[in-house]
Design a protein around this ligand. Structure first.
Ligand SMILES: [Zn+2]
Length: 167
């Protein structure tokens, strides 16, 4: 799907949901949707507050937070809680559902990779008495930067240990 088509699909999802739940089509909801549609990486509430402010809309964190919660219900975005991070991250469902999220347990950095075979095998699986709708895949480990740091720390620990021995 092209970006424009995805934008339109997200707008339709929101329209349908608001109508079905008799909620108001407030301009704020559509401004937030616009910004969400432009995001290519997972984002936090603050990033959206800032992005809409640049368009001249002053929305509180609470408003953005509740709008994003609404988008989660519509299936437009997925909410992530990466590792031990206290604040939630959001990501467009159309992006998140096809990716594996590699999360560093040390620094919290998130790298996203495509693994179509694995994604397909999870999506196409059937479970008894359960209807899967979507899935998000997380793999925890150590990123290359932290691995390098760990190696350095280990090396310097060894050196200190050796010098201590000599004394
Ligand atoms: Zn790391």
């Amino acid at each position: 799907m092209t970006d424009d088509k995805q934008k339109l699909a997200a707008k339709n999802m929101l329209d349908t949901y608001l109508k079905a739940h008799r909620l108001r089509r407030t301009p704020e909801r559509y401004v937030v949707l616009d910004k969400v549609s432009e995001a290519t990486r997972p984002f936090g509430v603050d990033e959206i507050v800032q992005a809409v402010a640049e368009e001249g809309f002053l929305l509180s964190r609470t408003t953005v937070y509740s709008t994003l919660a609404l988008f989660v219900k519509c299936g437009i975005v997925r909410m992530h809680r990466f590792g031990t991070s206290k604040s939630a991250k959001y990501e467009r469902a159309s992006i998140a559902d096809g990716l594996i999220h590699l999360i560093c347990s040390q620094c919290g950095k998130v790298k996203e990779v495509k693994d179509p075979a694995l994604t397909a095998s999870v999506t196409n699986r059937s479970y008894s008495a359960f209807h899967p709708a979507h899935s998000c895949l997380y793999v925890y480990g150590t990123c290359s930067t932290c691995s390098r740091k760990n190696r350095k720390t280990r090396k310097s620990e060894k050196t200190t240990h050796n010098t201590n021995k000599k004394k």
